[in-house]
Design a protein around this ligand. Sequence first.
Ligand SMILES: [Zn+2]
Length: 90
Amino acid sequence: MDKITLGVYKSFKNSGNRNHREKTKKQWCHYFLDLEDQSFHTEWISKFKALILKRNVFKKRKFICPECGLIFEGLVRKDSDSVECPECED
Ligand SMILES: [Zn+2]
């Protein structure tokens, strides 16, 4: 299964629970896009996995195609990465 990591953040596992327990700990949460059905998911992960995934977080960036001038959004890992134009790629 192909996943694109969109975010790794800490949140309370029992958020939304009215009876807030003092011992409630924050846990790492992985927010990702499943490429198979283009759906978003979240999963609870370990601190160790969070460290690995944090290096692979994708960011949404806007691109302008120099060929056709189309403005489109793409997910990239680094600012220096580029995404192919959906109109011009064969
Ligand atoms: Zn183009």
